[in-house]
Design a protein around this ligand. Structure first.
Ligand SMILES: Cc1cc2nc3c(=O)[nH]c(=O)nc-3n(C[C@H](O)[C@H](O)[C@H](O)COP(=O)(O)OP(=O)(O)OC[C@H]3O[C@@H](n4cnc5c(N)ncnc54)[C@H](O)[C@@H]3O)c2cc1C
Length: 488
């Protein structure tokens, strides 16, 4: 089968499912301009899948925006440096149950059944190609090179000036970027599908950020000029897969030595995500009591994912690769020739540091939430964990509804947050795996879509019910006359 034939199959499948049709959501035009029912911020796999889910629910007045050029969304071809995905190839995700939309269908259309059998893990660039195809075949409405700067809820002054209806629950999204001709988009519902750092920021320990000039280090999420590092000696801080991917990438680019420093005495060997994929934990996480949710994610943070065997072996195969276990960095200092790193095992000198120390999730760290973050409930507002499981990183996560809606710390904040959905990495604590891993996507998108659809329906309830009670379109128009009676 060719890709053209697969495209035809997708279109057929969607026709058989009566995909599309006119939207049931009431139009809410404002004096200020067109109002989208839903704007999805972020055109990675979560944003694309959410858009398809909404379209299947006949919520079609929607738009995706993404800050990147078309086809460059997410980490895959920007800063990710691994050769393949970590995810098992057979897991389904944004196909939302339609076989012709799976990665496997797309792969087999080009490489045949045998090609699928031969495939071990999904090559990084091929996952991005699949996402590009998915967006195209589904004709998803997206504007690229548009960045959300700030979410502004409708304010009293707008209502008084007639720009907004009372209780319209409309958000003004302030945007910027080469893809913008306007400065503001209006939306009733906003989904922040902003990815792994979209719930906070990548973390560089202050010991490094405060003491070293920027030309001596980079975080793995940044662009790194490996050409400049040829023949040099570098250190990577962190024990996750990205640390080993970056070490491999650096060595393959001509770096002479890459030393990976890990705090633990042993690298973790158990991957909790593989257990979650088998146990119902991904699909049913939302049903757990709050205390269990906290304990599960606290455990998840503690053990984290190990690097994959191939990632580790690829790095370890280089003669210039060195692993330092039980070696937290105690201090770093810029010297005449690079950086001096102090560990309990001794002092080392490097030309450059690559930091792979994960991220912090907290709405207060996001500039686009500047006007509203004070209202957003965090886990620390809603649940006090026992000392044994307490985790300050987890406490700062937003406390979301099972359908990814933000919840408010106060009554006053409720109308301000009504209509905002957090579908990024920071949803992990409340909703389990979703934007954090492909494994979570399949179960997460329907929950998000249902929550948005329910909210739109309930917001428009009065109007919809009124129309129901006064509905008079005649369906039965046949007329009985005695001549119609069949003779016995
Ligand atoms: C190095 C690396 C490797 C990974 N490998 C795997 C893996 O093998 N398997 C796996 O399951 N997961 C992996 N992940 C996790 C991965 O991030 C997710 O699986 C996937 O990217 C989540 O998709 P997403 O759409 O939620 O977020 P993303 O793919 O990150 O997409 C979010 C998009 O939103 C855009 N955006 C953010 N803020 C704004 C804004 N204000 N305005 C406009 N646009 C904005 C971003 O630029 C981005 O394009 C990896 C992550 C990293 C960092």
């Amino acid at each position: 089968m060719s890709l053209e034939a697969l495209n035809e199959r997708v279109r057929n499948d969607l026709t058989f499912l009566s995909y599309g049709g006119s939207s049931w959501v009431r139009a809410k035009e404002q004096a200020e301009g067109h109002v989208y029912d839903v704007v999805i911020v972020g055109g990675g796999q979560s944003g694309l899948g959410a858009a398809f889910g909404l379209l299947r629910e006949r919520i079609s007045n929607i738009l995706i925006i993404d800050e990147n050029p078309a086809g460059q969304e997410g980490p895959w071809e920007t800063y990710a440096r691994m050769v393949t995905l970590r995810t098992p190839k057979h897991l389904t995700s944004i196909d939302l149950g339609i076989p012709s939309l799976t990665f496997r269908s797309w792969w087999e259309a080009q490489n045949g059944r045998e090609g699928w059998e031969k495939l071990d893990k999904i090559p990084r660039g091929e996952w991005m190609n699949y996402l590009r195809w998915y967006r195209e075949v589904l004709e998803l409405p997206m504007r690229n090179e548009v960045r959300l700067k700030l979410i502004e809820p409708a304010v009293q002054a707008d209502i008084e000036n007639g720009l907004m209806d009372q209780n319209s629950g409309i958000y003004r999204l302030h945007i910027e970027g080469p893809g913008t001709t306007d400065n503001v988009i209006l939306a009733r519902k906003v989904v922040l599908a902003t990815g792994i750092q979209g719930g906070g920021e990548w973390h560089v320990p202050s010991m490094i950020a405060d003491r070293l000039p920027k030309e001596l280090y980079a975080h793995t999420s940044e662009e790194i000029d490996f050409e400049r590092l040829k023949g040099k000696k570098i250190a990577v801080l962190g024990g996750g897969a990205s640390a080993f991917d970056n070490a491999s990438y650096a060595l393959a680019s001509g770096v002479q030595e890459a030393h990976v420093f890990v705090r633990r005495e042993q690298l973790p060997s158990v991957n909790p995500i593989r257990q979650m994929e088998q146990s119902g934990m991904i699909e049913r996480f939302h049903a757990l009591p709050v205390a269990d949710k906290y304990r599960v994610i606290s455990h998840f943070f503690k053990y984290n994912q190990p690097p994959t065997n191939d990632t580790f072996n690829r790095a370890a195969a280089w003669p210039g690769f060195v692993l330092h276990l039980h070696s937290p960095w105690l201090s770093v200092e810029a010297g005449e020739r690079g950086v001096l790193v102090q560990t309990p095992q001794g002092q080392f000198r490097f030309d450059y540091l690559i930091i792979s120390t994960g991220l912090l999730s907290d709405p207060a760290l996001r500039p686009e939430l500047g006007l509203i973050e004070k209202h957003i409930a965090r886990w620390s507002d809603c649940y006090q964990a026992s000392q044994e499981y307490r985790n300050a990183l987890l406490d700062a996560h937003p406390f979301l509804s099972p359908g990814f809606a933000m919840t408010s710390r106060t009554e006053q904040g409720k109308p301000v947050l009504h209509g905002l959905f957090m579908f990024n990495y920071s949803a992990l604590a409340s909703c389990g795996l979703s934007a954090s891993a492909i494994s979570g996507t399949r179960a997460a998108i329907p929950k998000l879509v249902t929550a948005i659809a329910d909210q739109l329906f309930l917001d428009d309830r009065e109007d919809i019910l009124q129309q129901f009670y006064t509905y008079e379109d005649q369906e039965f128009t046949a007329v009985w006359t005695p001549n119609n009676v069949l003779a016995e």
